[in-house]
Design a protein around this ligand. Structure first.
Ligand code: AMP
Ligand code: ZN
Length: 113
């Protein structure tokens, strides 16, 4: 989608600090990190968010989780990290291209705010 920030990052039209990419996903550093590791894993395919995903996207959603686990392993943060989808404005979703937050590298409290 032409007016989607993260589609533009996928296409290289807007710069991002990429940390991983493959044929299905791109991962990059969050511009406003909430922890020493704060990476966003996104599908190259535009999906607005988790509630807009359908059953044909099931494998892609699971794959994003595995990419997050791979990055966490590479960064040595497996002692404790979190993968999060913020779904809808009430949960703080501000970019409407599906993105999985990988947050770690510090102690994480529960429940989140
Ligand atoms: P959410 O609030 O779940 O929609 O998450 C959107 C995330 O995207 C926030 O954590 C922002 O800091 C991050 N973000 C917004 N613009 C950019 C950008 N240009 N590059 C990297 N991260 C961004
Ligand atoms: Zn998009």
């Amino acid at each position: 989608m032409a007016d989607c920030l993260f589609c533009n990052i996928v296409e290289g039209k807007i710069p991002a600090r990429r940390v991983y990419e493959d044929e299905r996903t791109v991962a990059f550093e969050d511009i406003n990190p909430q922890a020493p590791t704060h990476v966003l894993i996104i599908p190259r395919k535009h999906i607005a968010g988790l509630k807009e995903a359908g059953e044909p996207d099931a494998e892609l959603l699971g794959y994003c989780q595995l990419v997050a686990a791979k990055i966490a392993r590479q960064r040595g943060i497996e002692q404790g990290y979190r993968t999060v989808y913020n779904v809808g404005p009430g949960a703080g979703q501000s970019v409407f291209h599906l993105h999985l937050h990988l947050i770690g590298g510090r102690d994480l409290r529960w429940p989140p705010g």
